[in-house]
Ligand binder design. Structure first.
Ligand SMILES: Nc1ncnc2c1ncn2[C@@H]1O[C@H](COP(=O)(O)OP(=O)(O)OP(=O)(O)O)[C@@H](O)[C@H]1O
Ligand SMILES: [Mg+2]
Length: 311
């Protein structure tokens, strides 16, 4: 549905995205993750036809976004980072206006607007002035707008930013439902959201793609960084040195919490060393208050990949 090849964008000589290559298949929900300034919005704006790239190619549903921009654009609905709504219009009035602008045939406008209001849960605020809506409802109106011309593909730039946890849950549910009928490219900072909703994740950092895989595989790659946490009093022992003698333990870092030592053990992929740690602790007469297997989250993957050269 989306194919991006060697896409590069420079602003005044400075590359915002460099040589991006990725594909999003029909029916996928692709998460687009990256820290501030990574190039997410830049990529999405180019795909949505809002600005040209410096070099490279991209296509939507087989249509080149630069050479067949009109055909490409009718297949996608774009919800920008800051939804540019007309604050003094009423919801229905605004959606009618947007539908006409997008070329929805006049006789179909009422029906389409009714459908998207239903789908996005804005029926109960349809007569309200947009400027008076809560942020969550405004996001929904933005989403309804993106859906008006029945696109197959949705490009959503941080659809849950600035929402409270309840609204986030609602918008996430909405996106998940939309994912049954649509292909979605979605950028976000909220990692659990990606884990829950996306079939694949692309991690972008400083304009480059650092990883692209299913959430499960990305987590699998990081299992070894999961490891074990041990909190213990070790008396005169050098706890870290003792723990390193366990063969599957790669590395041990030590924090001190009052009279307790907090050891973080990095272990070989797939290894569970808790039993050996427990036996060691018993043999050395350590007092243990916690021994846990730490499960890696997508958050860890993200930090691992993007943190390395952060200043
Ligand atoms: N109009 C512009 N002129 C010059 N530089 C820009 C412009 N827009 C973006 N940039 C730069 O391009 C880079 C990528 O920005 P972009 O907005 O795509 O990042 P992002 O991943 O969407 O970040 P955020 O998470 O903050 O939304 C940044 O270094 C940014 O400063
Ligand atoms: Mg952005």
């Amino acid at each position: 549905m989306i194919r991006v090849e060697n896409l590069t964008k420079r602003y005044a000589g400075q590359a915002a995205i460099r040589d991006l290559n990725f594909e999003v298949g029909k029916g996928e929900i692709m998460g687009f993750l990256g820290p501030n300034g990574a190039g997410k919005t830049t990529t999405m704006r180019i795909l949505a036809g809002f600005m040209p790239a410096t070099s490279g190619r991209a296509s939507i549903a087989g249509f080149d976004i630069f050479e067949q921009s009109l055909q490409a654009r009718t297949r996608l609905g774009y919800m920008p980072e800051n939804v540019p709504l007309y604050g003094d219009m009423r919801v229905t009035e605004y959606l009618d206006y947007r539908a006409a602008l997008k070329g929805v045939p006049h006789r179909r406008i009422a029906e389409r607007v009714g459908d998207v209001k239903e789908l996005c849960g804005v029926k109960d605020v349809e007569k309200k002035i947009i400027g008076a809506l809560s942020k969550g409802y405004r996001q929904r109106v933005g989403l309804a707008d993106a859906l008006l011309h029945e696109p197959d593909l949705l490009i959503l730039d941080e659809p849950t930013i600035g929402l409270d946890p309840n609204q986030i849950r609602q918008v996430r549910e909405l996106i998940k439902n939309l994912g049954r009928q649509h292909t979605i490219l979605l950028s976000t900072h909220i990692l659990p959201e990606v884990e829950m909703t996306c079939s694949r994740v692309t991690i972008i950092h400083k304009g480059r793609i650092e990883a692209c895989d299913t959430p499960e595989n990305l987590l699998g790659k990081l299992r070894q960084a999961g490891g074990v946490v041990l909190e213990a009093k070790v008396g005169k022992d050098n706890g870290a040195e003792e723990l390193k003698k366990i063969s599957a333990v790669r590395d041990v870092t030590t924090d001190v919490d009052g009279e307790w030592n907090v050891f973080s053990l990095r272990v070989e992929s797939g290894a569970d060393v808790r039993e050996e740690v427990f036996r060691l602790a018993t043999a050395r007469h350590w007092t243990v208050r916690e021994l846990t297997q730490r499960r890696a989250t997508l958050e860890d993957v993200f930090v691992e990949i993007t943190h390395a050269d952060e200043v």
